[in-house]
Design a protein around this ligand. Sequence first.
Ligand SMILES: C[S@@+](CC[C@H](N)C(=O)[O-])C[C@H]1O[C@@H](n2cnc3c(N)ncnc32)[C@H](O)[C@@H]1O
Length: 621
Amino acid sequence: MITKKQTQVLDFIKVYMAKRSYAPSLDEIKKKFKLASVSTAHYYISKLQDAGFLNKEHNQPRAVSTVKAKQTVEIPILGAIAAGQPIEAIEVPDETITITRDEIGKQGKHYALRVQGSSMIDEGIFDGDIVVIRKQEVAENGQTVVAVIDDNQATLKKLYRENGKFRLQPANPTLFPIYRDEVEVRGVVVKIIRNLESQLDQGQSRDEKYVRKIDYSWDYRGEKTKSHTHGIHTYPAMFIPQVGRRLLETYSKEGDTICDIFCGSGSALVESRLIGRNAYGIDLNPLAIFLAKAKTAPINPQKLTKEYIALLDRVEKIKDKEIQRPDFKNIDFWFKDKVIVKLAKLKKAIREIKDETIQNFLMVAFSETVRYSSNTKTGEFKLVRVKGDKLEKHDPNVMGIFRKHAEKNIAGMADFYKDAKKDSWTKIIYGDSSKDNGIKANSIDCIITSPPYGDSRTTVAYGQFSRLSAQWIDVFDDPNDASGVDNDLLGGRATKNLIHTLSSDYLKESLEKIAKQDEARAKDVLSFNLGLNECLKQAHRILKPKKYFCLVVGNRLVKQVRIPTDFIIAELAEKIGFTCEDIIVRNIPGKRMPIKNSPTNIVGALEETMNKESIVVLRKN
Ligand SMILES: C[S@@+](CC[C@H](N)C(=O)[O-])C[C@H]1O[C@@H](n2cnc3c(N)ncnc32)[C@H](O)[C@@H]1O
């Protein structure tokens, strides 16, 4: 099979040869298709040769000629198929692929689908692959089929008939089979086409300056992510601990001092402590600082439990008149009066704990209780109030929520206390990573981090997510300052214009495309990248020479333009004095972040953000 781009290259060669009786040079192909290098042109030629469309005539200039046409077929790509949870069967022919007849056999009608998800990885079918399906309504036991269940939900699975039922079996040991009395078979997989090609067509791979390596071993799908203190509080876009640990183990050693320059709730810092690295964490969101400190300070679980039990006792005895209602704007909009009273009692009882570390640790469960008992939709990272009937019926059991979280957190702390390396330390700095935060030059052995995805308005609003908790737990002198956090984070303030000196062609290209549609959005993107560039400079300053800096980043969509943040970082960093050694792509199975996002202010208009991320591995020169 050949892709659309390869077909175009082949057509160009045919027309060229028809006119001149000799083939175009690689350089002419490069120029015609505006490829980054001759090697990319060579790549297309070799793909066409491998697929049997061109002859191999080695070591000669213009060394290609078209072969007598093999019998080929155009196969429509009818949409996407879930190799995971079934998705609605959509059949919208958008494009076609060309395949030689030999590859799929002479019989039958065929169509193709793009695979989403990784439930068939043990069958060699990966997310982003294209599968060619032979249309048929029956299948044999064990064949990989397109199955439609539950009224038009389609999925790709192995089919088995057992005890009068159908078993749809994923080829991934971490996933469970689906059983149904009825299954409609829409065809059987006859060929799998690896994703690398489609990436190339989207301008994402070999004809680029950098190469992304797809490595599913970084997905950690189905693995436990809430061990130790990792699960004590929700935070947007948290690191999967396994990713943090693997980076730390690969790029640092025991006794090293590492830094997470956007530490958020402190996942990388927890992992550092567990495997004997000293760690600095920096963040500009006060709630993140509070959480990171609580997560990384070991507390004797017996002492903690004793204080917790005493607290439960005390809180019952606090009278309504003894409490102090917090005073911040719109408190009555976000909390019912009854809830405010209960929260205030609980807070008073926690504040009476003398040991500050224990007080703060229990305050984390309180912070979660604030979120869950507020009038907000808890499934959202932005502050959205529940409405109508739901709001009227909303009657949260404040103490019940607190107990559930506190007890789970104490169990997590018991594990952390047991496993944390006693002689390593963690220092957490409230600061802006684009500035000097007092960490000495050339002092850090490794930096591991995941920056925000873009400005808070259109991606994750860390400040907004944190606001109500931050206002209740007094992380600000004036709780009303909590609403200003997002403006100070990367990309928080749009630039005045689009003039800049950042040296990244990828950024320039993205900005141009976005600005054509919406200049304001382009300014947001520029502001984010200007800030990020300053953070890269600071990271370069604190890192020891020859040491590694790993960034886990997402390539977001803005106005349907995919911004290659991983490549932009690589370009900017190389100007500053790093070398980009690797870019690894992983799926995001468990990261808490919006997969769909509002691209505009239009209610209900959704735009896919990301389900993959890149790990950019830089090394200081
Ligand atoms: C993707 S999150 C990090 C999540 C973290 N890895 C975790 O596991 O919780 C990005 C963080 O960057 C922080 N941030 C944004 N701009 C910043 C800046 N200029 N300086 C420091 N931190 C910043 C945000 O507050 C947010 O906590």
